[in-house]
Design a protein around this ligand. Sequence first.
Ligand SMILES: O=C(O)C(=O)C[C@]1(C(=O)O)C=C[C@@H](O)C=C1
Length: 295
Amino acid sequence: MKSIAVLPQGSVSHEALLYLFGGEPVKVVHHKLISDVFLSTANGTTDYSVIPIENTIEGSVSLHIDWLINEVNLPMQTEWIFPSIQNLISNPLEFTDSEGNKDFTAMVKILSHPVAMAQCGQYIREHAPWAELESAGSTSEAVEIVKSNPGKGWAAIGTALGAATHGLEIVDRQITDHNNNYTRFVLVGPQKLELARVSSGDKTSILVTLPEDFPGALHQVLAAFAWRRLNLSRIESRPTKKKLGTYYFYIDVVEPIESILLPGAIEEIKALGCQVRILGSYPTYTYEEEKAEVQ
Ligand SMILES: O=C(O)C(=O)C[C@]1(C(=O)O)C=C[C@@H](O)C=C1
C-alpha cells in the first residue's frame, strides 16, 4: 500500500488527498509542518508527499516551491486542483450571545495557516478587525490549538473536516474573499503513480537558469517553446538565493516530456547556455464535484 505524507488530519491538504485517491486504500502519515512532510518522502519513510503549490487568491506558495527547488530532489508525479473552503471555527457557543446571536466582540485572536488567513482578509477586516492574527503550521493545527484553549476568545480558520475532527463549531461557513478559491496540489516522490481516475492531460515542469550577462536570454528561451507551438501554463521567477538579482525560471509546459517537440525545445535552451532541470512530467486532474467525498 502506498504511504503518503500530508499535513494533519482535517487540513485542506488532507481533504485534497482523500479526494485524489477516492476509495483507494493508502497509508496516510500526518506531519505538523510542511518541512516534515517533504522530509518524510525525501528520507524514504513515505512514498509520496502532498504539497500545495498555488492558490487562486494567494498565488504561488513560494516557500513550498523553494523547497522543491532547493531542499529536496523529489519529482512531481501528479497535479490536481481542489477547492479550499475555509470556515470560522470556535469552541461551542464561544461567540454566541445570550439571545443566540453571533457576537464577535470577545474575539481576541484568530489562528490559521498564513495562506488560509490571507484568503479571508476581507472577512476578518469586516468582522473582527481588532483580533490578533496568529500563524499555525496548518489550518487543522489552528483548530486544535483553539480547542485546547476554550473561553479565551480564540477562533480558527479551517476546514469543515478540521472542525469535525476536533469536535468544534463552525461559526461562519465559506468565508474566503472569493468563492472560487482553489488550490493546486502536487504529489512528489521518487516513483511514478498510477491512479484509477482519468486525467485531463499531462504537464512537464522545468527549471531554467539563464547564463549571466546574456541579453535577451529569456526571450530566446520562450522562443524555443513558441515556434514549436508548445503551450505554457505558467512561468515564474524565483531567486537562486546565491546572488542578488539571479533567478530560476519555473516553467510549466502543457505536454508530457516524451512528446515529440518538447525534448528538442529543452536541447535548444541548453544550447543557449542555460541549465535545465526537469522537476517532473505528470498527469493533471481537474476537480469534479461529484467525485468529492468530503465537504
Ligand atoms: O493548512 C492547511 O490546511 C493546508 O493544507 C495548507 C494550505 C497551504 O499551504 O497553502 C493548503 C491549502 C489552503 O488553501 C491553505 C493552506
